[in-house]
Design a protein around this ligand. Structure first.
Ligand SMILES: Cc1cc2nc3c(=O)[nH]c(=O)nc-3n(C[C@H](O)[C@H](O)[C@H](O)COP(=O)(O)OP(=O)(O)OC[C@H]3O[C@@H](n4cnc5c(N)ncnc54)[C@H](O)[C@@H]3O)c2cc1C
Length: 299
């Protein structure tokens, strides 16, 4: 006779409805998170609720950030824009924002389908830190900083530190603003996807000109856990630009820049092994994006 273990219900865990708090200010949000350390902040919910729906996250409480007006716009401060973490992709994609930070507007316009862009926020994109986060290479190229508020006050940290996991948010801390330098010069964001229509990037490139520092800054997204900066390629190409003149470059120089960026970000394997076809394709994609992005920025 075969015996069977007694059948149990597939989900025996007690389902608990999370408490939801809707603060109207950053101070109230920090207080709510401090009072209930097991609660998590939620902005647009496009990443967080997907994790909840997949059963990967079961927060005991939610602190909604959607009613905090002070983080839904931007202000000017010492040659910088202080962008509220609650700015949606849809808002950043509008022409007035594009006149301010063109590459971030371009990235926002392709960050998923319209319903995601209407809800998803800058702060959520940064804190989720997905390799395919479209704002991330732009913020890396702009060398943006985060303004974080928490129970001990506020502090600033480079976006790259958070993305590299070197400077994690402490309990009760929130990203309040992203501080971005206003460069008043062309900047371009380009994204490659595996298909037509809205999709996650297989590779993306942001190129930013910084005429005051006679610099070109470039960041490559989606091909590594965090955006990559090809610093030598940036310095080399910046040295070829006539910053006081036309700022144009010969097509050969643009092609060489693309190849430099591609080889720096998708390096050769160790030893004499040839690049596998998929990796070679990725390197060529990165090279093409970098060449085109710089060409558009200089044209
Ligand atoms: C179908 C689909 C397609 C998508 N396509 C793209 C795409 O093409 N490109 C792209 O970049 N992204 C894409 N996304 C991802 C997502 O929309 C973005 O990452 C979005 O910007 C997340 O913002 P949110 O406000 O929805 O974050 P939420 O989901 O609310 O939060 C995400 C995380 O950040 C934390 N958080 C949010 N705000 C703060 C804050 N101010 N301080 C501290 N922590 C905070 C939350 O606790 C959570 O851990 C897609 C998502 C979906 C579901």
């Amino acid at each position: 006779m075969t015996t069977h273990a007694p059948q149990t219900a597939p989900h025996t865990a007690r389902s608990v409805t999370p408490s939801v708090t809707l603060p109207a200010s950053l101070d109230e949000a920090v207080a709510a998170l401090t009072e209930m350390p097991a609660a998590v902040p939620v902005a647009g919910g496009t990443d967080l609720m997907a994790a909840v729906n997949r059963g990967r996250l079961r927060p005991a409480g939610l602190v909604g950030l959607g009613r905090i007006n002070e983080i839904r716009g931007w202000q000017y401060q010492d040659g910088h824009a202080l962008l509220g973490a609650g700015l949606t992709h849809a808002r950043m994609g509008r022409p007035d924002f594009a006149a301010l930070i063109p590459a971030l507007a371009a990235a926002s316009r392709v960050a998923g389908p319209p319903q995601i862009r209407n809800a998803g926020t800058l702060g959520g994109n940064v804190v989720s830190a997905a390799p395919t986060g479209d704002s991330l290479p732009v913020l890396a190229a702009l060398e943006a900083d985060l303004v974080v508020v928490g129970p001990l006050g506020s502090r600033e940290l480079p976006v790259s530190h958070l993305l590299a996991g070197r400077d994690m948010l402490a309990p009760g801390e929130l990203v309040a603003f992203v501080r971005v330098p206003l460069l008043h010069a062309p900047q371009v964001f380009l994204k490659a996807t595996g298909r037509t229509g809205p999709a996650r990037a297989t590779a993306s490139v942001a190129v930013v000109l910084d005429p005051a520092r006679r610099g070109v800054r470039c960041a490559v997204g989606a091909i590594a856990p965090m955006p990559l900066r090809p610093l030598e390629a940036e310095q080399w190409i910046a040295s070829l630009i006539d910053w006081d003149g036309e700022r144009g470059l010969a097509p050969e120089a643009l092609t060489a820049f693309g190849e430099y960026v591609g080889a720096a970000c998708v390096p050769d394997p160790q030893g004499d092994e040839p690049l596998p076809p998929g990796v070679l394709h990725l390197r060529r994609t990165v090279a093409a994006l970098a060449r085109r992005a710089l060409g558009r920025a200089l044209s």
